[in-house]
Design a protein around this ligand. Structure first.
Ligand code: FES
Ligand code: FES
Length: 167
């Protein structure tokens, strides 16, 4: 066992765990954030996608001991500022993307990473960037539409997004 001081969504989280514990379990079982999902456990499905210093990573294949000191972990729970929905969340609502919802936090984390580097992606850009995120419900068309919509929302003002809680 070893002690790790982590920065999860801007908050300090201290855990005493085995060094090879995947970040996914640290997030879910120790930080108590259940939005990040376990799918395959083999970096194949994208359900466990989080951001490490703004980059999308598969948390199921990221041992907690591999994190650099001061690494910033962002999960689906940390993408809005607590007041205004993130444009990607807003677009996901407007396009009614989720079906069962299981894959969707990983999808959103990957979509955010794409929009950061490619603010106005083509269909091909979207298909390339999202190819590692699998959806057993087949919501791919709505995901693509929602990413285009999020790109449009980001071009306009943040006022176009709903307050958290739908108010
Ligand atoms: S659970 Fe990590 S990629 Fe599938
Ligand atoms: S919405 Fe069900 S797995 Fe994607």
């Amino acid at each position: 066992m070893a002690v790790y001081n982590l920065n999860v969504n801007g908050k300090k989280v201290t855990v005493d765990v085995e060094p090879d514990m995947p970040l996914l379990w640290v997030i879910r079982d120790f930080a108590g954030l259940k939005g990040t999902k376990f799918g395959c456990g083999m970096a194949l499905c994208g359900a466990c996608t989080i951001h490490l210093n703004g980059q999308p990573v598969r948390s199921c294949q990221t041992p907690v001991s591999s994190l650099a000191k001061n690494a910033k972990i962002t999960t689906i729970e940390g993408i809005s500022d607590g007041v205004q929905l993130h444009a990607v969340q807003q677009a996901w609502i407007e396009e009614q993307v989720p079906q069962c919802g299981y894959c969707q936090s990983g999808q959103i984390m990957s979509a955010m990473a794409l929009l950061k580097t490619t603010p106005d992606p083509s269909d091909a850009d979207i298909d390339n960037a999202m190819s590692g995120n699998l959806c057993r419900c087949g919501t791919y068309d709505r995901i693509r539409k929602a990413i285009h919509r999020a790109a449009d929302l980001s071009k306009t003002s943040s006022n176009s997004t709903q307050k958290v809680g739908g108010k």
